[in-house]
Design a protein around this ligand. Structure first.
Ligand code: OGA
Ligand code: NI
Length: 363
């Protein structure tokens, strides 16, 4: 049942301070950032130019769809989904005005005074709304960010009490963005199946039927005192099938992806979506596509905003490797589980890298 979704599962969430307000208070003075936001000295993060730079693969949707270039572009897509779990998508066809309107309204929302934004704050029974997710104990480390988390599809799962109405165009902008990104996600799922030689229809069909689409709008304030000791978003994998991320200010680096045990900073290509494979697709594809650990770091003087759209199948789905991805003679590599239980566990714990996914692996 739609009401019985990931959002309703998060009743154990502990409310935390607004980080935007904290940043305003601390960035102006020389006071120390509260201990709960600081990672251990040994885990200091490398911000901006210091990290290893990577070229996460760039995939061109126009080339994927053009018969003259589709086979070489498909090979690139397949390799990106396997080796990186991430790619940047250009020529994606989502109209500029749909993206522009959303970005404009998101920026305006964050510019509102805190008291105004609180009107759409998380309620005690759900993760939907303006606040923070994954806070389940009084002593865990906290992320340096705030976010409205909103469920967009199926439409009856929307909690309109926490959907911002300022600026006035916000809801319309989200609606348009929601349908464009869902359409793009379906198309990508089909092409990803094609790229591996699997049948096209089943993967797309599983998402199209009963799509769950959620949106997280991440606001990462700067942290002048301790950018190398705070994390905007702790290392995690996404519990989704496919995530489409847009970052608003491409001059501010923040997303980092783990590959071969090292963190790589992502330079966002202008106008591109950053696409990543989530846990659901790793399991369904029997490990062909990989759900890769990533995190967000903080800039000392500049804010950063990103919008993540999570595309997930119906909660009723039994999550297991699909037969068309288990190649002849290969073993099934993941235990099956109910997607709803999987999500319950995801939202009931602190983010913890690939932990949950690893537990489902069969050796
Ligand atoms: C997310 C995420 C990264 C970013 O929202 O799941 O990984 O750069 N965001 O904001
Ligand atoms: Ni993520």
């Amino acid at each position: 049942m739609a009401a019985n979704n990931a959002r309703a599962v998060a009743s154990a969430l502990i409310p935390v301070a607004n980080v935007h307000a904290l940043a305003e208070a601390y960035n102006g003075v020389d006071g120390q950032v509260p201990e709960r936001y600081l990672v251990a000295e040994a885990e200091k993060v490398i911000v901006g130019g210091g990290g290893s730079h990577s070229e996460i693969p760039v995939v061109d949707l126009r080339k994927l769809l053009d018969t003259r270039s589709s086979s070489s572009e498909c090979a690139k897509l397949k390799s990106a989904c396997h080796h990186w779990g991430f790619f940047q998508l250009i020529n994606h066809g989502v109209p500029d005005d749909v993206i522009g309107n959303l970005m404009h309204d998101v920026a305006e929302f964050f510019d509102l005074p805190l008291e105004a934004k609180k009107e759409w704050a998380q309620r005690p029974d759900s993760v939907q709304g303006y606040g923070q997710a994954f806070v389940v104990s009084e002593d865990q480390k906290l992320d340096w960010a705030d976010m409205p988390h909103l469920q967009l599809q199926p439409s009856e799962s929307r909690d309109l009490r926490v959907w911002p109405t300022r600026p006035h165009s916000f809801r319309n902008s989200m609606e348009a963005y929601s349908s464009e990104t869902a359409r793009l996600a379906f198309r990508l799922l089909e092409l990803m199946a094609k790229a591996t030689g699997a049948e096209l229809a089943p993967l797309r069909g599983l998402f199209e039927e009963g799509l769950e689409q959620g949106m997280r709008v991440n606001y990462y304030p700067p942290c002048r005192q301790a950018a190398d000791r705070v994390l905007g978003l702790s290392p995690h994998t996404d519990a989704s099938g496919l995530t489409l991320l847009l970052q608003m200010n491409n001059d501010v680096q923040g997303l980092q992806v783990k590959k071969d045990g090292r963190w790589f900073a992502v330079d966002a290509v202008d106008g591109a979506f950053i696409v990543n494979v989530g846990d659901v697709l790793e399991i369904m594809s029997n490990g062909e596509f990989r759900s890769v650990e990533h995190r967000a770091v903080i800039h000392p003087n500049k804010e950063r905003i990103s919008v993540a759209m999570f595309h997930c199948p119906s909660l009723n789905l039994k999550l297991c490797p699909l037969p068309e991805f288990v190649k002849k003679g290969e073993k099934v590599r993941y235990r099956s589980t109910s997607y709803e239980d999987f999500l319950k566990q995801y939202f009931a714990a602190k983010l913890d890298g690939r932990e949950r996914l690893e537990r489902l692996k069969l050796e």
